[in-house]
Design a protein. Structure first.
Length: 139
C-alpha cells in the first residue's frame, strides 16, 4: 500500500492560489502542489470543491466560463492530485466550456450518461437547454 500522505483540499485554498489575493496563502498552496508533484503528498479533491470553485469564480470574481475552465483544468492536471468522480467532473467541465451549460447541469448530464440513464427529469427544462446525449423530460 502506498504510504504517501494523503490530504484533502478545501475550496478556499484553490481560490487563494488562483486569485493570488493573499501572496502568503497562495505560496502555501503552491508549496503543497509542488509537494504533490514531487510525490511527497497526494492531494484528494472532492468533486464538490470543483463545483464550489466554479461558483465562486463566476459569482464573486465575475470570471467567464472559458477562463474558469482553463484554471480548473490546470488544477485537475496537477501531478499527485486526484479528483473524485474524475470522469464526470471532466465531462461536465468540457460541456461547461464548449456548450455554455451551467456546470451543475452539465454535471448532472455527465452523471446520467456515465450511469446509463437516458433521461433527466426536471421541472425546469431551460437549465438543460443545449445538453446533448440525454433526453430532458420536463414534468
Amino acid at each position: 500500500m502506498d504510504k504517501t500522505k494523503r490530504i484533502v483540499f478545501d475550496t478556499n485554498l484553490l481560490i487563494r492560489y488562483l486569485i493570488n489575493d493573499d501572496a502568503r496563502k497562495a505560496q502555501i498552496v503552491d508549496a503543497l502542489l509542488k509537494k504533490a508533484g514531487n510525490g511527497e503528498v497526494h492531494i484528494l479533491l472532492p468533486g464538490i470543491v470543483v463545483a464550489e470553485l466554479v461558483w465562486v469564480l463566476e459569482s464573486f470574481y465575475r470570471m467567464k466560463a472559458a477562463e474558469i475552465a482553463d484554471l480548473v483544468d490546470s488544477i485537475l492536471n496537477t501531478p499527485g492530485l486526484t479528483v473524485s468522480d474524475d470522469v464526470i467532473v471532466r465531462s461536465a467541465l468540457k460541456r461547461y466550456r464548449t456548450e455554455g451549460v451551467d456546470l451543475v447541469d452539465a454535471w448532472i448530464a455527465a452523471f446520467a450518461q456515465k450511469n446509463g440513464a437516458r433521461e433527466i427529469h426536471t421541472f425546469d427544462k431551460k437549465h438543460f437547454k443545449g445538453i446533448e446525449g440525454v433526453a430532458v423530460v420536463q414534468l
